[in-house]
Ligand binder design. Structure first.
Ligand code: PLP
Length: 384
């Protein structure tokens, strides 16, 4: 099989699985216990926090809280900020966020908040002047993703963080699709809140990270036990946390290995170049923009994306159409629509997302099979 759906989820790295094993078998204690069989688990937990702090450049591991994933981290930040500033009723975001931000913000809108969605241009780039002008006295939060899950387009996070700092407005960044793909340093780019998810970087599912800069307010939304300094109640998922730490360590090494990064970028670029050459009527969404190296969203004109995904799947080539979290519905990609493409084009978008495990042979197979599949679907639709 050829798995090119790594923005949906990734395989667990073998080293990560090995690191997790003891905590799924013998070391099954509860880290909050008084006895040492449980309390000794604080050590691997702390090590994982240190590794995650390293991955995102946090000065201290004390600013990190483990959650159940990117969705929880995003929900927790937005809910926290509205509790912290009950008199500020304005939120700034974009029209291309993941639904775990988009739907929370839309829900707040129904409950009296005003929301500004900064537009993106045809290349997926944010209108920064529009952004600047949208900030108001009562803006509670700016929530903008680091890298887009569909196109891979990178937001101008450094500029955004400078502007929000100057205006004293809190900035949350959903870095779920950026972490492990590009370098993140929350000291150089001072975001206030950052979300990361383990299963997008060869770690296990069901474990995420929330970074909260020291000195910014945080009101926990998960209440119960006093775990994680009271920031996130619930018995810690030690195996998941250890796996996340191991995955972060591997991701950090990958990012420091210029040849490894170049390899994945080379494969992605080859895929795009050859698809454009071999199949007419294609367009790479955000192709002219700065993007994470593994992601390619391609529009195949006059093709129904779902049908193409299905025929690809029959050939054991796995990719996505639009955001995976909304897959199964036939909604056209909201990201492609926001970039000014038509509904038909948005429904014809396929996302290929590579990983450090992707091989030259896999890309070759896609390039051999895909032109025939597209041609067949186009001829069928011209007949009907
Ligand atoms: N944010 C982005 C940009 C994502 O792509 C995803 C998942 O696809 C999430 C958040 C949600 O992360 P999780 O699956 O860990 O809840």
């Amino acid at each position: 099989m050829v798995y090119l759906d790594n923005n949906a989820t990734t395989r667990i790295a073998p080293e990560v699985f090995e690191a997790m094993k003891p905590y799924l078998t013998d070391e099954y204690g509860n880290a909050a216990s008084v006895h040492s069989f449980g309390s000794r688990l604080m050590h691997p937990l702390d090590l994982a926090r240190e590794r995650l702090a390293g991955l995102i450049g946090a000065g201290t591991k004390d600013d990190l809280t483990f959650t159940s994933g990117g969705t929880e981290s995003n929900n927790a930040v937005i809910r926290s900020v509205i509790r912290s500033y009950p008199n500020r009723k304005h939120i700034v975001t974009t029209g291309v966020e993941h639904s775990s931000v988009g739907k929370v913000v839309a829900d707040l809108e129904k409950h009296g908040y005003s929301v500004t969605r900064v537009p993106v241009d045809r290349n997926g780039n944010l209108d920064i002047d529009f952004f600047k002008n949208s900030l108001k006295q009562d803006t509670a939060l700016v929530t903008i993703m680091w890298a887009n899950n569909e196109t891979g387009v990178i937001s101008p996070v450094e500029e955004i963080s400078k502007i929000t700092r100057e205006k004293n407005i809190l900035f949350h960044c959903d870095a779920v699709q950026a972490a492990g793909k590009v370098k993140i340093d929350v000291q150089k780019i001072p975001v206030d809140y950052l979300s990361v998810s383990a299963h997008k970087l060869h770690g296990p599912k069901g474990i995420g990270l929330l970074y909260v800069r020291a000195c910014v307010p945080y009101v926990p939304f998960m209440l119960g036990g006093a775990q994680q300094n009271g920031r996130r109640a619930g018995t810690e998922n030690i195996a998941g946390i250890v796996g996340f730490g191991a995955a972060a360590d591997l991701a950090g090494r990958f990012l420091s290995d210029a040849a490894a990064v170049k390899k994945i970028l080379g494969l992605r670029d080859k895929l795009e170049r050859e698809i454009s050459k071999r199949i007419n009527g294609t367009a790479i969404a955000g192709g002219k923009s700065s993007r994470v190296p593994n992601t390619s969203q391609i529009i195949f004109e006059n093709v129904e994306g779902e049908a193409l995904l299905q025929t690809m799947s029959d050939s054991e080539i796995y990719a996505s159409g639009g955001s995976t979290c909304t897959a199964g519905t036939t909604q056209p990609s909201h990201v492609i629509l926001a970039m000014g493409f038509s509904e038909k084009q948005a429904s014809a978008a396929i996302r290929f997302s590579l990983s450090r495990y992707t091989t030259e042979e896999e890309v070759k197979k896609v390039l051999e099979v895909l032109p025939g599949l597209v041609a067949r679907l186009r001829s069928l639709s011209s007949v009907s």
